[in-house]
Structures are given as structure tokens and as C-alpha cells.
Write a protein that binds this ligand. Sequence first.
Ligand code: ZN
Length: 249
Amino acid sequence: MAENLRVLAVVAHPDDEMMVSGTLALQAQAGLDVTVGVALNGNMGGLPGATREKRAEVRHQEMLEACQILGVTLEWLGYGDDDFMDRYHNDYQALEMDFRNLFRRADPHLLFVGVLDDYHHHHRCVAELALNASLNASNAERESEYPPSSMIPWTFYYAPLPGTPFVPSIYADITATFDLKIEALQAHKSQHQFLQDHHRTDIFAQVEATARHYGAACGITFAEAFALCARFNRPAPIQQLAKFFPDTH
Ligand SMILES: [Zn+2]
């Protein structure tokens, strides 16, 4: 594969990239083209008293800042938290077309998505949409304003927040980029107190504990964990995968 390797992580809300951000920073540093696709604008989370418009605006800015810290490109789809499920149930085709166009623009070789049994319905629906759209994006018969993508991307599920059963297939050593992962999380200022109050979570403690836990599983300091998507056409030969997980030591 002579062309540059491209990676796309699809997440539901601005800040959900925290599950995979250490790996994305590592890949960006190694010269891969890395894109984060954020489906929803976060207009229902944090910033008590703010309008939904203001909340979406602030969270877009926070997400831009996080992407700048990680060295990755942002694709902001901008759906409202408040009407996403209505679209999902009543206008699925249009939604899937938007996701398909995201895949046609980013044209990833490797895809990271959330697990399909995640605790949050937005997370589950966005992961399912991403899998469907990434399958359709390379089919030229499904026309849109963008040319078809190159391939059905090789796919991994990123580890969910603690609680959902998850058996990792591989671990990425993010010891070298753990500081960037934390710095990117700091950019989501509107979420820190909200997560404490609403989710009963000290998000920084949780992120560090999770990275140490997965690190301990493979004898290193900090890791992110992934599970192979075993669906037809999603696994990559190990020789291909190695190119996406650069050794920084
Ligand atoms: Zn979320």
C-alpha cells in the first residue's frame, strides 16, 4: 500500500474520542492521516443554563481544540443530541447517507467504532450506523456527491467505559501519548463537572485507571484496548495491522 495510511474513529459525542485518543495521537505522530468523526453536537450535556445552540457551539470549539492537541482532523456532523434518535428511527436513510459521505471523504483503511452494546443509546446507534455506512460507502451503485471509498475498512471496537463486558483482542501502548490524551480531555471543559454530577464520575481518575488497567494486562504503563470486529471482511491480516500501531520505543 504505497498511499498514506488513513484512520477514522467514529464517536457519538464530543469527548467520546477519549477512549481511543492515545492511539490516534500515536498514529498521527507516525504520519498516518487520522480523522475523528463526531456525530452529535453535544447540545444536551453540560453548561447548565446555556441554550442548546450555545452548548453546541462551545462543544464544537472544545472538540476542535482536542483534535488540535491530538494532531488529528475533525469531521463534525453536528446532529443535535435532542433530535438524533428521532432521525434514527424516522429518517434512517438520510442519516446513513451522511455517514456514508463521511466515509467517502475520509476514505479510511482502518476504522475504530464503539461497541454495539454500549450503555448509551447514542453510542450504540452511531456505531451501528458507522458499520452499515462503511460497508455501503465503497459500493459505487450507492451514488452520492462523493466518489466511492476505496475499501470496506478493517475495523476494531474501542473499549467502552467501565461496566460493559469487553474482552480485548489487542492493546496499544499509549505510554508515549498518555499526556496528550489527558490534555485533550482537559479541552472538554464543559464536561468535567457535568460528568461528576450526572455520571458520578471523576473522568480524569477513570481515564487514568482504565489506561493503567489495560497497561497492566500487557506489562506496560498505559494502554488502550481494542476488540477485533470479526464480521465478514472486517479483520485485517496481522501484517497490515502492524502498520497502524507504530512502535514508539
Ligand atoms: Zn458519549
